[in-house]
Design a protein around this ligand. Structure first.
Ligand code: CP
Ligand code: NVA
Length: 298
């Protein structure tokens, strides 16, 4: 199977991945002696290294390819490139600008493709996010408030995973800045009781939240809009006045953080922050995901 969207995984699949992750955390070791190619068009610190470490721990190996060093930079097509990557690899973890390219990659490659971030989704992040939340709250009765860029890839994948568990979701962002309606429709189809509140009021959106999540105001690929986006989202910074509304909420961020923009340092480093645990769980979840998909071939 390919993981192009968080929705490619059923609730049952996700629970299996979480169970494998728990086993890994308790010291169980798995073997997946396969080759993983990381094909990245955008920078990465966490996703890249966590996949590299994960496959090494499993007894497999990997190679990181910055797409700008390949013949794609000289015009070789995504289709031909994908065919070649598939000839040499069992898995491809790809970080691409356009979501449609990851679909093309899966179509043309014989390897199993894992979306490692596109403009639309960041499925492996959402798995690590919800796995982290599970330690703190029974998911079915949990509420996550996403504040800031509510149309971000991280918000999209989070909605898809959280909806499967029946979590309440609140999206808090500027008036007239809309979340992705296609993703919301899928989340609604995932769960007939899907409970989403979209608001420009921080007070209304954050109230009763168990988790408050934010991401950068300027995602990779949006650099030309940086100044406008920073102005637009500035009132939605995650800071101490937001936490006063939900005093026991845990603070989450996929990282990298832009301290002083979407989140203040005191909150990122504060008592309620679980961001470092969230980052650590990317390693456990990516390892568990590789174990899971190696026994779920196409
Ligand atoms: N959260 C995340 O995907 O981080 P990187 O961009 O460093 O991989
Ligand atoms: N929304 C961010 C996530 C980074 C991990 C981006 O796409 O740049």
């Amino acid at each position: 199977m390919h993981i192009l969207s968080a929705n490619d995984l059923s609730l049952n699949d996700i629970n299996k991945i979480f169970l494998i992750a728990d086993q890994i955390s308790s010291g169980k070791s798995f073997k997946v002696k396969k080759f993983l190619t990381l094909f990245f068009e955008k920078p990465s610190t966490r996703t890249r290294l966590s996949f590299e470490v994960a496959i090494a721990r499993l007894g497999g190996s990997s190679s990181y390819i910055d797409s700008s060093t390949t013949h794609m930079s000289r015009g070789e097509s995504i289709e031909d490139t994908s065919k070649i990557l598939g000839l040499y690899s069992d898995f491809i973890a790809a970080r691409l600008y356009n979501h449609k390219d990851i679909k093309t990659m899966a179509e043309y490659s014989s390897a199993q493709v894992i979306n490692s971030l596109t403009d639309l989704e960041h499925p492996t992040q959402a798995l690590a996010d919800v796995y982290t939340m599970k330690k703190y709250k029974k998911l079915k009765s949990g509420k996550v408030a996403f504040i800031g860029d509510i149309a971000a890839n991280t918000a999209n994948s989070l909605m898809l995973v959280a909806s499967k568990f029946g979590m309440k979701i609140s999206l808090i962002g500027p008036k007239k800045y809309n979340p992705n309606s296609g993703i919301i429709k899928i989340a609604e189809e995932n769960n007939k009781d899907f409970n989403i509140n979209i608001t420009d009021s921080i007070k209304e959106g954050v109230k009763d939240a168990d988790f408050i999540y934010t991401d950068t105001f300027v995602s990779m690929g949006q650099e030309v809009e940086a100044e406008n986006r920073k102005k637009l989202f500035a009132p939605y910074q995650l800071n101490s006045s937001v936490l006063k509304i939900a005093p026991s909420a845990k603070v989450m961020h996929c990282l990298p953080a832009h301290r002083g923009e979407e989140i203040t340092s005191d909150i990122l480093d504060g008592k309620q922050s679980i961001v470092w645990e969230q980052a650590r769980n990317k390693l456990i979840i990516n390892e568990a995901l590789l174990v899971f998909i190696s026994s779920n071939k196409k």
